[in-house]
Design a protein around this ligand. Structure first.
Ligand code: C5P
Length: 401
């Protein structure tokens, strides 16, 4: 019992953080490529991608919540625990429920989930929901206007906005050592960025061989063969999108954590997947608005315009949506079982992962700035997670004895 829990938990936590880091690295690359590999006139709609992401995430959250919800929730409390367990074992009523439908979709589960989702405090989720929809749209603006490395590195500034909101809203108290490691982290990220702007093109070889316009600062690099002459990146627009996305990321993440971890009223706090269902539910309206009011060719019907929003969804676009959905689910789990600040460290490691991948796959040169910056990022991660001073000597004594 006890030993098993002690051993598996940190391992699980670590594997979740590594999964998130890998997902982040992959998302940055695939999103950028999916955006810049076609002419703007043939690029899929970011708003549609955001909506599809929310729909998919919502559907998965509902299924997981249904699987986890107690089918006996509304059973009279006079039932003994074992009676409840019996019902849980076989929630099929003797009569009408057809056996070919999974028990997960049993009416009593659906009823209980609906009740949990429509709880009086569900409206709270509208705040992070709207913020996340804005953020997810901004991410596409940034990925379309900045190269992979610059986007990834500048987006790490969300670590500082997250720490700021965690202190403000969750009353987290960070020791001087932890603040120092956060500042080190930001500095390390900045140094990695120096290397990214100094190095030659660092986009995937697919892009390099097919060619694309890559802008550095405000200078357009035209020495690289161009994929399509219509595609131009606007770095300033990209940077503004990233800055806003860092704000919404910090605020929405911490707000979600606040809702998950603070007890309101009596009774147990709702399951993470009920919260996720509520989050997706409130995301649907802001995510659907741009599609419902989409403009289209003159004289086209509403249905044609809505249908047009789904045009150009090629494999890359679908891959981007799937990667983002997976990321949303793992992000929710990390926020629930660790916190937003730890999430920030995981995603900063994704920079190192994607650079190492570039070295291995695309023979990208390793520079001194990269080695120094990454080492600082790793050191900061270690420092942030090192046990606080009073507890470490005790641990050592225990080990020594
Ligand atoms: O960049 P950041 O880590 O803040 O991005 C978080 C992502 O995770 C957003 O795309 C957001 O929609 C998603 N998310 C989610 N469910 C949660 C929390 C975040 O899908 N409960």
């Amino acid at each position: 019992g006890g030993v098993g829990v002690g051993v598996t938990r940190p391992k699980r936590r670590l594997s979740r953080l590594i999964t998130l880091a890998l997902q982040n690295a992959f998302l940055t690359i695939i999103m950028h490529y999916s955006r810049i590999s076609t002419a703007p006139s043939r690029t899929y709609s970011a708003a549609t991608a955001v909506l599809l992401n929310e729909l998919l995430k919502g559907a998965i959250s509902v299924l997981i919540a249904l699987k986890r919800i107690d089918a006996t929730l509304s059973a009279p409390s006079s039932l003994s625990w074992s009676e409840k367990e019996d019902r849980r074992e076989d929630p099929r009523p003797p009569s009408s429920f057809p056996s070919f439908i999974p028990t997960m979709l049993h009416p009593s589960r659906i009823r209980n989930l609906t009740k949990s989702v429509l709880s009086p405090d569900c409206y709270k989720l509208s705040v992070p929901a709207i913020l996340y929809v804005i953020q997810n749209n901004l991410q596409y603006v940034a990925a379309s206007n900045l190269d992979v490395a610059t986007f990834q590195v500048t987006y790490q500034m969300k670590i500082l906005t997250t720490a700021f909101f965690s202190v403000l809203m969750l009353r987290k108290r960070l020791s001087k050592g932890k603040w120092l490691s956060l500042i080190l982290l930001a500095a390390g990220v900045g140094i990695v960025q120096i290397q990214s702007t100094a190095a030659p093109s660092h986009i995937s070889p697919i892009v390099q061989t097919e060619g694309v316009q890559i802008s550095k600062g405000n200078q357009l690099r035209s020495d690289i063969p161009q994929l399509n002459s219509e595609r131009v990146m606007h770095p300033l627009r990209g940077f503004m999108a990233v800055t806003l996305a860092c704000m919404t990321s910090g605020l929405a993440g911490v707000y979600f954590e606040f809702i998950l971890k603070t007890q309101t009223g009596s009774g147990p706090a709702p399951d993470l997947w009920v919260r996720n269902t509520q989050l997706s539910f409130f995301s649907l309206v802001p995510a659907a608005v741009p599609i419902l009011f989409a403009r289209g060719p003159e004289g086209s019907s509403w249905l044609e315009r809505v249908g047009g929003s789904f045009a150009n969804f090629n494999g890359w676009a679908v891959g981007t949506v799937l990667t983002q959905t997976f990321g949303g689910l793992i992000t929710a789990i990390v926020i629930r079982y660790s916190d937003n600040i730890m999430k920030g460290f995981a995603t900063s490691l994704s920079i190192i992962i994607s650079f190492l991948a570039s070295v291995a796959l695309f023979s990208y040169p390793i520079t001194v700035a990269f080695v120094v910056g990454s080492s600082i990022v790793l050191l900061a991660t270690y420092m942030y997670n090192a046990p606080s001073p009073p507890s470490s000597p005790t641990t050592r004594i225990q080990v020594a004895n």
